[in-house]
Design a binder for this molecule. Structure first.
Ligand code: MSP
Length: 587
């Protein structure tokens, strides 16, 4: 088995309702995890909720609940949202769980013992709305108001525990440089624009960071106490970061009760921590320094994407324009007019768009790199039509329909190259076997979290298949005398052989393209595979059941998993119906 792959999302504040931002990061991680599983990697994908913020105590009180009850309700909302999004996480970490609290507390104890955490005096600008201290520069720039919510900052002085971040400045710089060179012991910050920001800030003198807050009256025993100090609690950000380690530290995989082989420790260090740029500093500087102090290996990649905005405007509480989970649900439940008509004709129930269409938009149009991206209805429809309805959906149904019509729904056998035809001339016409070897590039994309490029490769295959069909016109060949000679390749094939070979190559290329699209479209591709009787899934009815072989084998032309001459290909209903120009956004 190749190297384990461990990917994480931020753990989300349990006080908020799930919105497109949370769903976006989690979908990116889900797509990357599905690619990693497809590559045959032993994969662990972690998401969860960050529950010990002071705000939780306040809101719970207002609602007549205990903090735990309030956290339970909202953590369940996140779980429901991620189920809706077809997120297949291996674990959902909640920081109020004992397994996290005990381990996080042990890490803090270790840092106290090593002297990396010490008791000192703290005076600084505190942002109560974000529960974080800001540097003098940041506070000043923001006019001593919260840069996030605009509410006033508070000057606070208190006895506090500090982490000696300043001791790690040089080692951090070296580790980032080493990571860029691909050396062990280093980590990469992606995309480059973000790395440069971090490096710029790192080169200024670093302050030690406070890692605790004073226990206040009415704090409802919420959070983790500083070991050996009942007056302080571990600052929520510091314990939250620990979740990435606590989830895999000495944890047994639920499926394996035995002591051997069932441990999750093999997953550390994480392959990728994914998040947005808002919380990069914590992940790219404070967390690696804490790990250095704990003597743990560093994560390989810190990936900080940009923001989703809504119809061109930044989403904010004051504008009230957050695209919430309900809106994403409405898109997944949207029944197009074209589908209603088609279903009526075929006397069947109309089918909604499905969540895959939403996943596709997020995964391919989202703010993966350094630039913000827009969620706009018109763009959603445009991308849906171009990539899904007119793209993979149309391509698969064209090929399926032709196999149905010309070969009674059975896969025809492709012809072999006749002796008289030059190999290079043959390969120039039937070029898919050479092209799909490109699947080898997927691993590097996934290591860099470039899911858009990995998916694009699948999209390029679809375009190539469409062009192949447009060029060789199997529907025209079908009208000719089958025993006549096909004009291409110097007449080396009969029309019947050419038709069979063109359709076989198209169908096999669709099958391979579908493997690369499946991480974003797990449900629709599972449907296609069922129709074509070529599912690579352990359980064809369960898109999360894992693959029977790694991509390198599944995508081998002429390999054991390729389409077999004579096998059944069912047309099935269209995977994605076209959205008309007059469709209005779903409510
Ligand atoms: N609890 C902390 C994270 C602790 S991780 C150890 C936190 N939580 S959060 O609920 O505010 O989530 C922030 C994250 O949500 C961002 O980093 C990003 O992953 C996601 N997003 C929130 N809004 C977003 C957009 N508008 N666009 C894209 N992603 C965004 O910070």
């Amino acid at each position: 088995m190749s190297q384990p792959y461990y990917i994480t999302t931020p753990i989300y504040y349990v006080n908020d309702r799930p919105h497109i931002g949370h769903c976006y990061t989690t979908t990116v991680a889900d797509v990357a995890a599905r690619f990693a599983r497809l590559l045959g990697r032993d994969t662990f994908f972690l998401t969860g909720t960050d529950e010990h913020a002071e705000k939780v105590v306040k809101t719970a009180l207002e609602r007549g609940k205990t903090p735990q009850e309030w956290a339970d309700i909202n953590a369940a909302e996140f779980q429901k949202a991620f189920d809706l999004m077809s997120i297949d996480a291996d674990d959902f970490m909640r920081t109020s769980q004992e397994r996290h609290k005990a381990r996080a507390s042990a890490y803090i104890q270790q840092l106290k013992d090593s002297g990396d955490i010490y008791l000192g005096d703290y005076e600084g600008w505190y942002d109560p709305s974000q529960e974080e201290y800001l540097t003098e520069t940041v506070a000043k720039e923001a006019g001593y108001n919260s840069p996030v919510t605009g509410r006033p900052l508070e000057k606070r002085t208190e006895k506090n525990w500090f982490f000696r971040l300043s001791d790690y400045e040089e080692r951090l710089l070296k580790a980032i440089e080493a990571g860029e060179r691909g050396e062990d012991g280093g980590y990469r910050i992606l995309p480059d624009a973000r790395k440069n920001e971090v490096l710029g800030r790192l080169k200024q003198a670093l302050n030690n960071v406070p890692v605790s807050r004073a226990v206040k009256e009415g704090d409802a025993d919420w959070g983790i106490l500083m070991p050996g100090d009942p007056e302080h609690r571990v600052y929520v950000w510091i314990e939250a970061l620990c979740n990435y380690l606590s989830a895999v530290d000495n944890e047994r995989e639920p499926s394996t009760a035995d002591a051997e082989g069932g441990s999750r420790e093999k997953y550390w260090p994480a392959s990728v921590h994914v998040m947005a740029k808002d919380i990069l500093w914590f992940h790219a500087v404070i967390w690696p320094a804490m790990l250095m102090a704990l003597g743990k290996p560093l994560p390989k990649v810190i990936y900080a994407h940009a923001y989703f905005v809504a119809e061109g405007r930044k989403m904010s509480k004051s504008l009230g324009n957050f695209i919430e989970i309900d809106q994403l649900r409405a898109y997944s439940e949207w029944v197009l007019e074209s589908e209603k008509k088609q279903a009526e004709k075929e006397s069947r129930e109309a089918r909604p768009l499905g969540i895959d269409a939403v996943r596709w938009y997020l995964a391919t149009q989202g703010p993966l790199g350094a630039n913000d991206a827009d969620f706009a209805h018109s763009k959603f429809v445009e991308v849906y039509n171009a990539d899904l309805a007119n793209g993979i959906g149309n391509c698969a149904s064209r090929v399926g329909n032709m196999v149905d019509k010309y070969f009674e729904g059975k896969m025809p056998a492709p012809a072999r190259k006749p002796d008289g035809v030059d190999q290079s001339r043959w390969d120039a016409v039937f070029h898919f076997p050479g092209m799909v070897n490109g699947c080898a590039g997927i691993a590097a994309h996934i290591d860099a979290c470039a899911i858009d490029q990995a998916l694009q490769l699948g999209g390029c295959y679809v375009t190539a298949i469409d062009q192949f069909i447009a060029q060789h016109r199997p529907f025209s060949i079908a009208k000719e005398d089958p025993s006549g000679r096909w004009s291409e390749l110097g007449g080396g094939l009969t029309n019947a052989e050419a038709l069979a070979t063109i359709l076989y190559h198209s169908a096999e290329a669709v099958r391979i393209a579908s493997l690369l699209l499946a991480p974003a479209l797990p449900n629709k591709m599972a449907e296609l595979w069922r129709n074509w009787h070529c599912s690579p899934l352990k359980d064809p009815d369960d898109p999360n059941s894992g693959f029977i072989a790694p991509l390198s084998e599944l995508a081998t032309w002429g390999g054991p998993h390729s389409l077999k001459p004579g096998q059944k290909i069912e047309k099935g209903a269209a995977l994605f119906m076209r959205a008309g120009p007059d469709e209005t956004p779903p409510k």
